[in-house]
Design a protein around this ligand. Structure first.
Ligand code: SF4
Ligand code: SF4
Length: 199
């Protein structure tokens, strides 16, 4: 497993309700060596977080989260129409000038950064992995439609919402979600997707 080096990006991009930290703002405990909290006061969710880039030495150095502005998290597999799709989450740092979330690439300050972001997305999609890209309040799904015919992005998003919510109690225990987070039924997960899209 890699070390984080100078990267601290997961301490910025994720919300941390336990510390009243919104997504996209630096945690007040970030310090020069990483996290200023040592021992039992450190939130469980921070201790147990599995960063995909840190765990997979084979991934390019160019995809280090703080170089590319994206933190990748494995989200297991979701069941869609009797098929199991592996999913990863891309949590984007909104202050970086390259975004995948709106379906097009915004002008990048460096062309090479745009190439790296594209390469990271291709790495997963070409392997049959669906990618949920989260940028602030926007989110969209990228996946290989030829490999997964008859499945829509909405199907994947609803399945992901449903399956993540089944772990509500564990996520609350870890401090990753607020007290209001609860398990959804399939219908509720689908309705939540429709509502967000205004359809
Ligand atoms: S995003 Fe990954 S590499 Fe960066 S600080 Fe967090 S765990 Fe370490
Ligand atoms: S508590 Fe520490 S590890 Fe957790 S987000 Fe804050 S700085 Fe990062």
């Amino acid at each position: 497993m890699r070390s984080c080096g100078d990267c601290r990006l997961c301490c910025k991009v994720f919300p941390l309700p336990l510390l009243a930290k919104p997504a996209g703002e630096w945690c007040r405990h970030v310090c020069a060596v990483g996290c200023a909290i040592h021992g039992p006061g450190k939130p469980d969710v921070c201790c147990q977080y599995d960063c995909y880039w840190r765990e997979h030495d084979a991934l390019s150095e160019a995809w280090c989260p703080d170089r590319i502005g994206i933190v990748v998290t494995e989200a297991g597999s979701v069941t869609v129409g009797y098929r199991l799709l592996p999913v990863v989450l891309f949590q984007e740092d909104c202050s970086v000038g390259v975004s995948l979330a709106n379906g097009s690439f915004e002008p990048a300050s460096e062309a090479s950064l745009g190439d790296a972001v594209r390469g990271l997305l291709d790495h997963f999609v070409s392997r049959g992995v669906a990618v949920m890209i989260i940028h602030g309040l926007d989110a969209r799904i990228e996946f290989d439609r030829a490999r997964w015919p008859g499945i829509s992005a909405d199907d994947i998003e609803a399945a992901l919402r449903y399956e993540l919510s089944q772990d509500a109690e564990e996520l609350k225990r870890l401090g990753a979600v607020g007290d209001e987070y609860r398990p959804l039924s399939r219908d509720e997960a689908e309705a939540a997707c429709r509502e967000e899209r205004g359809s």
